[in-house]
Write a protein that binds this ligand. Structure first.
Ligand code: HEC
Length: 350
């Protein structure tokens, strides 16, 4: 005899379909956030790149100044014809500052700082580069530093090698960069009288290069990347859509299958009960029928009649007992019979 007890586990029928859409919204929000943050991070990295590139350009401009200035200093200054734009330097106090060639051309000595001022003018006219030679202790009052340069020069005296930052000049972004000018042997020809020694900081040159070309490249690159990020985002979104649709299909299928199974189980229970009742009622009904037929015979004596009616009463009693048991059924216990699985009324009504 085999006993079966039904043990219900959590089924798909308890699944709330709204939950699937909450998950979907959650996935989309997280995915969009991830893409936005990635693009933001990329943008920041690219901006750092722009700063680095502008600094390299500014450093190169500074180094150019240092190189031609050294060349000038090595010669202790160089002569150039006196013109409207190149007048003798009143701050240059050297022997034979102004001379004349045998044919009568007037020449004046150009010291490195004078040359730098002229080169700066030219660089600004040609390329928009800004440059300024300065010192905390200027010989020429026009060379005095501005606020930013003063702070930079002071930091060089504390050991800093370079100062740079982004400035808005004439509504354009510029990278300003300043480095110190160190007193070399050649410089002492003119600067020894101010008490400078080799290796000391004489002053500095500040340069400013426009960041616009770098920013323009950045902008177009970012546009391309934004398109790539958008495409990746879209692919993710479409993927999520297909995945959720497929998942929803699977869940619906399972739901239908489970409902079908449940119906089948119920039907089975009904059949098992019907079989059990038929089986239990069959025997008493047969006996009641047989005894009724005997009673109905013509020549039956009183004693047999009483005996037969007694037998019928006994079967009716048996049927009554069975009905009372049926009312008390609280359990689902089955047993195997030749006609198939039936409810075990005795065990189920205990
Ligand atoms: C031929 C003389 C001469 C030589 C060589 C020379 N200087 Fe000067 N320097 C001057 C004069 C004059 C000034 C001030 C006027 C001016 O701006 O031209 C000056 C100005 C400067 C300034 C600007 C601040 C100020 O004092 O007005 C700095 C910085 C400077 N010199 C650094 C140097 C360094 C570094 C060297 C060596 C590489 C050097 N100079 C070599 C004559 C010279």
């Amino acid at each position: 005899m085999e006993n079966t007890s039904v043990n219900k586990t959590k089924s798909t029928r308890e699944f709330n379909p709204k939950l699937l859409w909450y998950y979907t919204i959650g996935v989309i929000v997280v995915w969009s956030l991830f893409i936005c943050l990635s693009l933001l991070w990329h943008h920041r990295t690219m901006n750092d790149g722009v700063l680095a590139a502008a600094k390299i350009e500014a450093r190169a401009a500074f180094q150019n100044h240092v190189v031609y200035r050294s060349w000038n200093a090595v010669h202790g200054g160089v002569y150039a014809p006196i013109t409207e734009g190149t007048q003798p330097n009143p701050y240059l106090d050297v022997f034979e500052r102004d001379i004349q060639t045998p044919s009568g051309v007037k020449l004046t000595k150009i010291n490195p700082a004078f040359m730098t001022r002229q080169v700066n003018e030219l660089a600004f006219e040609k390329y928009g580069y800004l440059g300024h030679i300065t010192s905390l202790n200027p010989i020429r009052p026009g060379n005095k530093p501005d606020g930013w340069e003063t702070a930079a020069l002071k930091s060089f005296e504390q050991g800093a090698k370079e100062v740079s930052s982004v400035h808005i000049i004439n509504q354009h972004k510029y990278m300003r960069l300043m480095r110190p000018l160190i007193t070399e042997t050649g410089c002492l020809t003119c600067h020894a009288k101010q008490g400078y020694k080799e290796g000391e900081i004489r002053g500095g040159i500040s340069v400013a290069v426009s960041m616009e070309p770098h920013l323009a490249i950045n902008k177009s690159t970012l546009k391309n990347f934004a398109f790539v990020y958008f495409s990746v985002w879209l692919v993710g979104l479409i993927g999520t859509f297909f995945f959720i649709t497929a998942l929803n299909g699977q869940i619906q299928k399972r739901l239908i299958a489970e409902t079908e199974l449940h119906r089948h189980e119920k039907m089975e229970g009904v059949i098992e009960m019907a079989r059990a009742v038929c089986h239990e009622l069959n025997q008493p009904l047969q006996m009641i029928l047989g005894n009724s037929e005997i009673i109905m015979l013509d020549n039956i004596d009183r004693q047999t009649l009483i005996k037969r009616v007694g037998l019928i009463k006994e079967q009716v009693g048996r049927m009554g007992k069975m009905t009372r048991k049926l009312i008390k059924i609280t359990n689902y216990e089955t047993k195997e019979m030749p006609q198939g699985k039936v409810i075990d009324i005795d065990k189920s009504s205990r």
